[in-house]
Write a protein that binds this ligand. Structure first.
Ligand SMILES: Nc1nc2c(c(=O)[nH]1)N=C([C@H](O)[C@H](O)COP(=O)(O)OP(=O)(O)OP(=O)(O)O)CN2
Ligand SMILES: [Zn+2]
Length: 147
């Protein structure tokens, strides 16, 4: 939730910024195992995105906080996640709008923007809360240990 302390992510960079935001969205999880979640319903998602880097831009920013909000909030607020066919779909579990997949998609969207910046910041963590009792943390650099 906004103003809570988020889990620490290790990284080698000098600067780290965090942007909190919330967005309202509807979704369903198109799996026969999803129970009630297979029916369309809505959440107010709380997201915290962690951006890190060694260099600042011409404004003295790692990246403008408002840009991070626009990239996520303007795209998904008051929308149906399943309707964003460039990110989500019924065709494979990696494209179902689960908390895990939404967190990864947010990170990928922001990283695509950051890749165009001269100072090359990195999105190192996305914390995404779907309900008061359920959240996911996505870290793009992690993983592969059990493959
Ligand atoms: N690993 C995941 N499990 C579930 C997801 C998910 O995205 N990833 N999603 C759902 C549902 O979409 C649902 O919206 C959230 O489920 P849940 O936390 O069980 O919701 P409740 O508010 O009912 O939780 P309580 O703590 O029991 O009140 C389900 N699972
Ligand atoms: Zn849900």
């Amino acid at each position: 939730m906004i103003q809570q302390i988020y889990p620490f992510v290790q990284h080698p960079y000098r600067y780290e910024l965090n942007k909190d935001m919330q967005f309202a969205a509807a979704h369903y999880v198109p799996s026969e195992h999803a129970g009630d979640c297979a029916r369309m319903h809505g959440h107010t998602y709380f997201a915290n995105l962690t951006i890190a880097g060694d260099r600042l831009d011409e404004s003295g920013f790692l990246v403008n906080f408002s840009t991070i909000k626009k990239l996520v909030h303007d795209k998904f607020d008051h929308s149906v996640l399943n309707g964003h066919s460039e990110y989500f779909g019924d065709d494979s579990p990696e494209r179902y709008p689960t908390t895990e997949n939404v967190a990864r998609v947010l990170c990928d969207i922001v990283q695509s923007y950051l890749d165009g910046m001269d100072n090359k910041p990195r999105c190192v963590q996305v914390f995404l809360r779907e309900t008061p009792t359920s959240y996911v943390i996505y870290r793009p650099g992690a993983g592969g240990a059990h493959e």
